[in-house]
Design a protein around this ligand. Structure first.
Ligand code: IMP
Length: 409
């Protein structure tokens, strides 16, 4: 592994935090490339549970350089709170964390707009979408502006012109102060990363959310506002495509989604509660209950294609341990037509009937299994079928939240 991208291959919450945490032990640099503190990466180290929203999960490994790239949108208050939380738990941050000068900054007005307009999409209300809107409208304020008084004053004044709701002076002072505290982390990330690559350092690119939440390739408009797919790792850090060696997709052994939007394989019966309970399917950021459903090979095959996945890591296989029958969606039926490929039309995704194949479950506890060979026969058959349907190899399997509950396939 020299340059590896890790992406979510469903609607986020696939367990990327844990997979990245495992891969981070073989990496020198771990870099987040998009999203903001809408993400919640859960990592269990010993008995301690860490939920990280902005800082790459690699920070939990001693001596690794962790980077927040330009594609990320940063709420400075949330960032400083996370740094403080890590320090309190004895994690060394200073000297290990670098932040792109070109990353855009979330302001209070972004959060207010998000809370006002985000309900239909079911956003996290963290100001993510409105911040990316300003970025695209070319009136965004970047980290580098927080350490330049004149630039911050000019840009913030222009953004707040005519607003009675927000006190310019108060926000200006508050954000200047953030700038002073964050300055030590700011750097030119493209130069840092490309130098590291030329010295053969191993770089891990950490995606947030998932392919089906990607602004271009997801279930638009029920998506987040960034490029969560592998392409986003390049534009979101300043590393070119010729430098990438491998792309790994993380998929849950079933499917979940938080917030609004189509979800063809969502459970319609008491399986929803059963899986939600067993899989602890509650948002790591907002605490919202996640919607749960069967594995959908249509959306995941789409993720294999648009990310160019080399392999997948299948997580939470153990959550299916007590299922007598397990279904996989292999197609959609809508108005007399069969769909084998992911449809762009939201009406098809909302109104379609999933086509399922049914498999026998394994009805055995897998949480202490430590190798692929020792998985129950039906679990191996299930994984084999996923691999065949998705046309991608399975590189890793995870059977619990602890670091040790995962193995190569
Ligand atoms: P936003 O990213 O807050 O704008 O929310 C847009 C959509 O993405 C909503 O449906 C959110 O629930 C969803 N979303 C955002 N971040 C995550 C995540 O980390 N995991 C799962 N869903 C997410």
């Amino acid at each position: 592994m020299s340059c590896t991208i890790v992406v979510g291959a469903q609607w986020g919450d696939e367990g990327k935090g844990k997979i990245i945490d495992i891969l981070a032990s073989d990496a020198d640099v771990i870099v987040r490339y998009q999203g903001g503190n809408n993400a919640g990466h859960t990592v269990v180290v010993g008995e301690e549970v860490f939920i990280l929203h902005l800082v790459p999960s690699g920070i939990l490994h001693k001596g690794k350089t962790c980077i927040i790239g330009n594609g990320v949108v940063i709420d400075p208050a949330a960032l400083l709170a996370e740094i403080e939380m890590l320090r309190k738990k004895g994690v060394e941050v200073d000297g290990n964390l670098l932040i792109s000068e070109a990353a855009h900054v979330i302001f209070p007005y972004h959060k207010v707009i998000d809370k006002r307009r985000g309900a239909e999409i079911g956003t996290t209300g963290r100001g993510i979408g409105p911040c990316y809107v300003d970025k695209m409208a070319r009136c965004g304020i970047r980290m580098v502006d927080l350490v330049n008084e004149d630039s911050l004053k000019r840009k913030l004044k222009a953004n707040l012109e005519g607003s009675r709701e927000f006190d310019f002076e108060k926000i200006y002072r508050e954000y200047l102060d953030y700038g002073k505290r964050i300055k030590i982390y700011l750097t030119n990330v493209p130069v840092f990363l490309n130098n590291a690559i030329s010295k053969n350092k191993r770089i891990l690119f950490e995606g947030a959310q998932g392919t089906l939440l990607d602004i271009d390739h997801g279930t638009y408009p029920y998506v987040t506002s960034s490029s969560a797919t592998a392409g986003g790792a390049l534009s979101g850090t300043g590393v070119g495509p010729t430098r990438i060696d491998k792309v790994i997709g993380v998929v849950k052994a079933y499917t979940t989604r938080v917030g609004e939007g189509p979800f063809p394989t969502q459970f319609k019966d008491d399986l929803m509660e059963k899986i939600r309970h067993k899989g602890k399917e509650f948002g790591a950021t907002t605490g919202r209950p996640r919607r749960c459903g069967w594995f959908d090979a249509i959306i995941t095959r789409h993720a294999v294609i648009v990310n160019g996945l080399d392999e997948i890591a299948v997580t939470k296989l153990d959550v299916l341990d007590e299922m007598e029958k397990i279904k996989i969606c292999t197609g959609y039926k809508y108005k007399g037509k069969q769909y084998k490929d992911f449809p762009a039309d939201i009406d098809v995704l909302t109104g379609c009937e999933p086509v399922y194949e049914e498999h026998n479950g394994w009805m055995r506890d897998t949480t202490s299994v430590t190798s692929y060979e020792n998985l129950p026969k039906n679990a191996k058959a299930y994984l084999g079928r996923l691999s065949k349907l998705l046309d991608v190899k399975i590189g890793m399997v995870s059977v619990g939240s602890k670091r040790c509950q995962a193995f190569r396939a």
